[in-house]
Design a protein around this ligand. Structure first.
Ligand code: AHR
Length: 517
């Protein structure tokens, strides 16, 4: 049942009450006169996360030089191309929980000499360390993205992390000589350095007070070397843990550039998380309500950060987010392999809209994870690869990267979903770059189409183009036998009128419009 309430969902968007009606009639007003040219949507909002977990790295990104699967220096070609097309801005590695058991020296030098280890967090799989620092940094160079390292605090040492930074960034000195001996003459650039991961849990079970002290100590010895500048990131809270943010900001805020936040769209941590593909309409709407709850969570963390940092010098980085379902039946326990449906695509669109409207504080977000794990971009099986519905959303939203944010006001209906959360029917983001407007719109309703008016003056007849992602059912997905069930196609259901653009969105659809101004 649809209810028509007024919900405030963030700085630049208001959702006003609308009378009930079968077909949605919404307005998306672009406040072009209120654009702040300084407020861009950082490309890093579209960041990725690659952990040594299941087949994310091995099989997903990396197959090794000797593989039958077509590859470039060991990276599979199909995935490489897909990630280049996606314009991945930043990739976080090597974990996750794995990061706090990872010893980087095990992953350098001749592969035959690299020790094996047990991946204790993720199924007890044997890790042969064939993908290490060189393989990660070279991958980032090939894709053209910023590397984001997660350092080991839980089972590592200050010396180990400091030397890793030196190994990567120094022109000269003992660590640089070691790197050169391993085949890399020039240092890499390293901007994003995470000091630990989930330090309240798998990263060491610290209290916030103890972790704040550890953070201060670790970051002291991670130095800017040879002209490299580190952007140091403290391990932040899990969703509703506001005390963690408070203590970290109070005790260590002035030593960090960023504080992380993890928020998963998950039913709970005990028992079944629900199937990725078998769900009913109620489950679909519940999922969107849960995913949108990240907005009040961000607002609350931001308000705490404001107490210590009113000028928003410390960024909030949502460096893990996305859906978490039960593992697909028949897959390896602990490898977190899940399918990805139109429901996941909708979660991606709505979450990105939330991040886009909070970029005064939120400067990066890294969906979990890039391949074969949780809400991934690609799924692989042997030499086959499919692009997930979530991949398509990231591609449709790519024009927002580094574009100027356009504040919008949406008038739409909303519905109450299981657990009492309110979910607006229409969600959107608008941005401006180089004489073009890019508008992404979603209609979450499973049955009704939506007619959306976007008041705009002086649009040329052929100035608008669009593409759409939709499917017959919310649990439609792409599989190796049917890789293009959910894909983007050209979208033409819009009219340029004297009142602006009139767009008709089919039920459960995501549309990207490009308008030449
Ligand atoms: O993304 C999977 C896991 O979720 C990460 O390793 C951990 O940081 C989080 O709990």
């Amino acid at each position: 049942m649809k209810l028509f309430a007024s919900i405030a969902v963030g700085a630049a968007v208001t959702i006003a009450a609308l009378p009930a009606g079968a077909e949605e009639k919404a307005t998306v007003k672009l406040n072009l006169d209120k654009v702040n040219p300084e407020l861009t949507i950082p490309a890093e909002i579209y960041g990725q996360f690659a952990e040594h977990l299941g087949t994310c790295i091995y099989g997903g990104l990396w197959v090794g030089e000797d593989s039958q699967i077509p590859n470039t220096n060991g990276y599979r070609n199909d995935v490489l191309q897909a990630l280049k097309d996606l314009k991945v801005p930043v990739m976080r590695w090597p974990g996750g929980c794995f990061a706090d058991e990872y010893h980087w020296v095990d992953g350098i030098g001749p592969k035959k000499d690299r020790p094996v280890m047990i991946n204790n967090n993720w199924g007890g799989t044997v890790e042969d360390n064939s993908f290490g620092t060189h393989e990660f940094f070279n991958l980032c160079e090939l894709i053209g993205c910023e590397p984001y390292l997660s350092g080991n605090v839980g089972s590592g040492s200050v010396e180990e992390l400091a030397k890793w930074v030196e190994y990567i960034t120094a022109e000269n000195g003992p660590m640089a000589e070691k790197r050169k001996a391993n085949g890399r003459e020039k240092p890499w650039k390293l901007k994003y350095l995470g000091v630990g991961n989930e330090s309240w849990g798998c990263g060491g079970n610290f209290t916030p007070e103890d972790y704040a002290s550890e953070y201060r100590r670790y970051q002291t010895y991670c130095r800017d070397i040879s002209g490299n500048h580190l952007y140091k990131i403290a391990s932040g809270a899990s969703d509703y843990d506001y005390n963690w943010t408070d203590v970290l900001m109070k005790k260590a805020g002035r030593h960090m550039k960023g504080l992380s936040l993890h928020y998963y769209t998950v039913k709970g941590w005990n028992g079944s998380k629900g199937s990725a593909t078998k769900f009913d309409n109620d489950d679909y709407y519940w999922t969107l309500g849960k995913c949108l709850e990240i907005e009040p969570v961000i607002i609350k963390h931001d308000s705490i950060m404001n107490v210590y940092d009113p000028n928003k010098k410390v960024a909030l980085l949502v460096d893990e987010w996305g859906t978490w379902w039960d593992e697909e039946p028949g897959t390896v326990a602990g490898h977190l392999y899940q399918q990805n449906t139109m429901r996941d695509a909708m979660v991606a669109a709505l979450s990105l809209d939330v991040f886009n409207r909070h970029t005064d504080r939120v400067k990066m977000a890294n969906i979990a994870q890039i391949a074969n794990v949780l809400q991934s971009m690609v799924l692989t099986q042997g030499d086959k690869m499919v692009l997930t519905p979530t991949y398509h959303v990231f591609k449709m939203y790519a024009p927002h990267q580094n574009a100027t944010y356009v504040p919008i006001e949406i008038e739409t209906s909303s519905r109450e979903v299981r657990d009492g959360r309110m979910v607006p029917t229409i969600s959107a983001t608008a941005s401006q770059k180089g004489g073009e407007l890019n508008i992404t719109l979603s209609n979450i309703d499973l049955k009704e189409k939506a007619e959306i008016t976007i008041p705009l003056e002086k649009i040329g007849k052929n100035a608008v183009s669009g593409e759409i992602l939709t499917s017959a059912k919310p649990n439609d997905y792409n599989d190796f036998d049917n890789p293009d069930k959910v894909k983007t196609v050209s979208f033409k259901d819009f009219k340029v009128t004297k009142d602006g653009l009139k767009v008709t969105l089919p039920p459960m659809s995501i549309v990207a419009l490009n308008v030449a101004l």
